[in-house]
Ligand binder design. Structure first.
Ligand code: FES
Length: 218
């Protein structure tokens, strides 16, 4: 029997998503459709629901400055939440927040501080690193720990170490946070490819691979 009892983890997850991003209650439905879009071809994967794609620019998710490109100068050891922003076939800018699980966590650490399972090749200068900001346990957005020691999921006390590649250091999460490869483009942070490992809600490589192919072909 698990130590962590959850009456309704999906409702809990949505509540925290709404708090974290200022989204409305429709977000939960959109999340479901977005996930289905990845897993089931019968659902069209629209641009706003695609996972972060190569060439996307990271923009602030904070409602006060949502859509503003994140610059390296904006970043530090405190988590900055981001959305990937791409373009549609007509060249219009699309923030990919139709899938709430696209929420990202971005940090800049001092040179040499990233270690463990962090893929330094997928960072900017070994200092700026991006992860999925969605807990791999039941899908809550993960803020910084209040004591400044890593990230702490408020839903069931999952803990992650962003300096060590987003590994799990406490609580029930089954997997580390997926790292998103990034590069600098001028002052901006650009996505260099898909998540290096399956992000929430994907639990297996095959489904995640199918989703990537669907996103490329949509
Ligand atoms: S959702 Fe359960 S620990 Fe994060």
């Amino acid at each position: 029997m698990t130590r962590y009892k959850v009456k309704d983890p999906e409702l809990t997850r949505r509540r925290f998503i709404n708090v974290a991003t200022g989204a409305t209650a429709t977000v939960g439905v959109m999340s479901l459709l977005g996930t289905l879009g990845g897993a089931h071809p019968m659902f069209r994967m629209t641009e706003d629901k695609k996972p972060p794609m190569e060439g996307d620019i990271l923009v602030h998710a904070d409602p006060a400055k949502e859509g503003t490109p994140i610059t390296v100068a904006d970043l530090g050891t405190t988590l900055v939440q981001a959305w990937p922003m791409g373009t549609d076939a007509e060249g219009n800018k699309i923030i990919r927040k139709g899938e709430p699980n696209n929420l990202l966590a971005v940090y800049k650490f001092a040179a040499g501080e990233l270690s463990g399972e962090a893929n330094v090749e997928a960072t900017i200068d070994g200092q700026v690193v991006a992860y999925s900001d969605i807990c791999t346990h039941a899908g809550c957005p993960v803020p910084d720990a209040k004591d400044g020691n890593g990230m702490f999921c408020p839903c069931h006390s999952g803990q992650y170490a962003p300096k060590q590649g987003g590994i799990v250091v406490g609580g029930p999460p089954p997997h580390k946070l997926a790292q998103l490869p990034i590069v600098a483009e001028g002052d901006n942070v650009k996505v260099a490819g898909f998540f290096l490992t399956p992000p929430y809600p994907y639990t297996d490589e095959a489904t995640w691979e199918a989703t990537k192919e669907a996103a490329k072909g949509a």
